[in-house]
Design a protein around this ligand. Sequence first.
Ligand SMILES: Cc1ncc(COP(=O)(O)O)c(C=O)c1O
Length: 382
Amino acid sequence: MKEIYLDNAATTPLDERVLEAMLPYLKSKHGNASSVHKFGREAKVLLEDARDTVAEFIGAKPAEVYFTSGGTESNNFALKGIAFANLGRKNHVISDTIEHSAVIDTLEYLKSRFGFNVTYLEVNKFGEINLEELKNSITDETFLVSVMHSNNELGIINDVAGISGITGNKSILLHTDSVQSVGKTHFNVNELNCNTATLSAHKIYGPKGIGALYIRRDTPIDKFIHGGKQERDRRGGTENIAAIAGFKKAIEILKTDMATDIEKYKLLKQKLILQLRENFGEKTIINSADGINSLHNIVNISFDPAKTDLDPDTLLIKLDLKGIAVSSGSACTSGSIQPSRVLKAIGYDDSMAKASLRISFGRFNEESDVDSLVITLKEIIS
Ligand SMILES: Cc1ncc(COP(=O)(O)O)c(C=O)c1O
């Protein structure tokens, strides 16, 4: 049975070229970047080259890029770092209901333990926030807005430049979780005018456990991890040089391959949507499809439970048994299947949310993967 991986928004396979770039740093080039000898200098050179590479790719200065253990840490770093630098001053943060849990859980922690107030903006049926509502939610106490650049379940792209037009005028800081956007759409921190932005390597064919936080030079933010003086004394801990070498290579590959990657995502998305409409018609709802500014690699679909005899709880498992990996609109939490918070936020009831699938394409998918998925879905959903 051929295995078909269509869950690239969860994580991407490691590109062979990335693996090749990492290997020397897992073998002979094993130095600690803080050591003064040759081994240390070798690691340090790689570290700073990687910083230059990431910075250039997102339109930042190298001194504004901080390596972290990934997207979750970067979001924690930005939100806690900015909030703690504001303790005793202003206390209001604005975000939205469909942020990743790395943002929502962090904000809830800041709220419950430190007394910050958080406003979560509602989204419309496509997952879009309303900029007027954002404007109206700002108070004299607001010091931070956190809105993701694109959503990991729906693929919707937010107007972050439009948001910074509002926050910039009022000296409010802006954080954007850009984990899903980098490599999938044009992303430039200068154009967006945000203060902080989150990146993660394992969404761009790099290794897991490495990412970065962009911090604009003038941003008041506390040190995040205490210990050594690494990362310009903001994040202590010996740098993960092999993973950073992989992250660097993943970005270098994007420089040459991103346009081709995006063309492929577009083609696969169009093909899938067409085939779904042809084969399932009214039985499916395709989120973020027509006329909505969304990522080309993510297709979110829902099967109307009233029009199919589908058992939503077993849909994903049945696909898995046929060798097809996708993500579903529900997750197993504490032994029971819970519908996705994001799909509930766009107005779905439990059964509709559970009958949803996220298909996310990657560099290594082929058109035949779409054909196989649709044929299998037809078998499952009679
Ligand atoms: C939007 C978004 N933010 C943050 C994360 C967390 O990133 P990481 O897995 O690198 O911790 C993810 C991962 O799924 C994500 O999709």
